[in-house]
Ligand binder design. Structure first.
Ligand code: IMP
Ligand code: MG
Length: 189
């Protein structure tokens, strides 16, 4: 049970930045762009959702990609506990292997500092995939995020800390259907 004094219990939800409906409306277009990029090939596509935040976006996306694929999770940690700024990327367990010659799509919830995508892009490039691209549901419109290579972006959003649709604060709020601003200490919305 979440204690009353946990960071998540003290936080308050702010305004909706991206609604469930706008996500649902954006997904088919995004999926079509990805299908076009993947092109034809007899080899299986490998989809690599970054745990845990990508699980909802990836679940929506893969059901719109009508091809033979394998889904292999990559677990990394960059925001331990209740921190809201990047602490550096650390793989948890083994990263996906044997990507050589394959078409690989890395899927994450949000592009913020770019540390996660840059780290995984480098790890996976070393395995010489035939094609490699990244897709994120959200990208913050900061200079550093905008210059981080990322082929597919669902929505560009302002530089706010957000939760919902897979994104958490202190492990909570991933189940919210909309993407909303979070105020850690319960300040005004
Ligand atoms: P980056 O490595 O800083 O680009 O951030 C990537 C990861 O940090 C994401 O996969 C999220 O888990 C987390 N993150 C970044 N910004 C936010 C946010 O606004 N809310 C919740 N998690 C975030
Ligand atoms: Mg994450």
């Amino acid at each position: 049970m979440m204690g009353a004094s946990s960071p998540a219990a003290r936080a308050t939800l702010g305004r909706v930045l991206v609604s469930q409906q706008s996500i649902a409306e954006r997904m088919p277009t995004l999926a079509r762009e990805i299908v076009a990029w993947l092109g034809d090939g007899d080899d299986e596509v490998v989809i690599v959702p970054v745990m845990t935040g990508a699980f909802i976006f990836a679940a929506d996306l893969v059901r719109l990609l009508p091809m033979r694929m394998r889904i292999t999770l990559a677990a990394v940690s960059s925001y331990p506990g209740a921190s809201t700024s990047s602490q550096g990327v650390r793989p948890i367990g083994n990263l996906p292997a044997r990507l050589d010659g394959r078409r690989v799509l890395l899927v994450d919830d949000i592009l913020d500092s770019g540390n996660t995508l840059n780290f995984l892009r480098k790890e996976f490039a070393a395995q010489k995939p035939a094609r490699f691209a990244t897709a994120v549901l959200l990208r913050k419109t900061t200079e550093v995020a905008m210059r981080t290579p990322c082929e597919f972006v669902g929505f560009d959003i302002p530089d706010e800390f957000v939760v919902g649709c897979g994104l958490d604060y202190d492990g909570c709020f991933r189940n919210l259907p909309d993407v909303r601003v979070l105020h850690p200490e319960g300040s005004a919305t």
